[in-house]
Write a protein that binds this ligand. Sequence first.
Ligand SMILES: NC(=O)c1ccc[n+]([C@@H]2O[C@H](COP(=O)([O-])OP(=O)(O)OC[C@H]3O[C@@H](n4cnc5c(N)ncnc54)[C@H](O)[C@@H]3O)[C@@H](O)[C@H]2O)c1
Length: 271
Amino acid sequence: MYNLLKGKRGIIFGALDPKSIAWKIAEKAHEEGATFVLTNAPIALRMGTMNELAEKTGSEIIAADATSMEDLENLVTKSVEILGGKLDFVLHSIGMSVNVRKGRHYTDQKYDFTTKGWDISAVSFHKVMNVLYKQDAMNEWGSIVALTYMAAQRVFPDYNDMADNKAYLESIARSFGYFFGTDKKVRVNTISQSPTPTTAGQGVKGFDGFFTYADKMSPLGNATADECADYTITLFSDLTKKVTLQNLFHDGGFSNVGVSQSVMDFFEKEE
Ligand SMILES: NC(=O)c1ccc[n+]([C@@H]2O[C@H](COP(=O)([O-])OP(=O)(O)OC[C@H]3O[C@@H](n4cnc5c(N)ncnc54)[C@H](O)[C@@H]3O)[C@@H](O)[C@H]2O)c1
């Protein structure tokens, strides 16, 4: 524990259950001295176990569908009231593809599903920042982070339309981050995390295969949800004040490796 977030206030989106990356981030943010509001979609609150996390971290829960401007406006106004001042950090840890859920192939999407998927997974980030910006709810040198995946840059066939959603999300981080930086001195980044066994992660077809492949390709192995939480805390802290508009790979080195010895060994054995 380093007290990196002592006195800082925030909002954490997306903690569904103890496997969620946002859950781990909330635990670490609490350990590092932050106070925050937890939020998730109303349906997730009914299904999830968030009360346990709220109790553990002394947080209040406010329901908000991240695609609803009305819900987001209410969330931000109430959070500032509850926490007693403007915000220093916001975590967007939200992703969902209806095409993936319903087993539609990438080449055969139902476009209503596609639209819902990008609204939840990408445009919601724009909406969150829009509300924070208009309500002037962020303190100077605050930090906004969204979680993403490398399928935004490289092909992972089973990631389906989430690949396009992540590319959109990362672009929004840069575009809105420009205005948030210039006008309010707030930084905006995305963290591109290794495959992680969570509800959203394991919903992707072939997850075990690409989890193991990434692990064998990465010099440091896959990054866990706990490690992602540690990294996110540094981005919320004052130690990274000039890092903005970046897509930051947190993947044990996977993104820069062409092939690893252990993957070659596997194929050489097969010959
Ligand atoms: N698990 C992985 O392999 C992996 C890898 C890289 C990036 N990510 C990203 O990390 C983030 C968190 O995912 P996770 O793996 O912790 O899974 P998760 O299933 O625990 O979290 C996804 C969250 O999105 C929330 N959500 C869905 N629709 C919503 C809506 N309309 N409004 C508000 N919230 C909504 C869910 O309730 C859930 O809490 C996602 O952006 C995901 O794409 C995950």
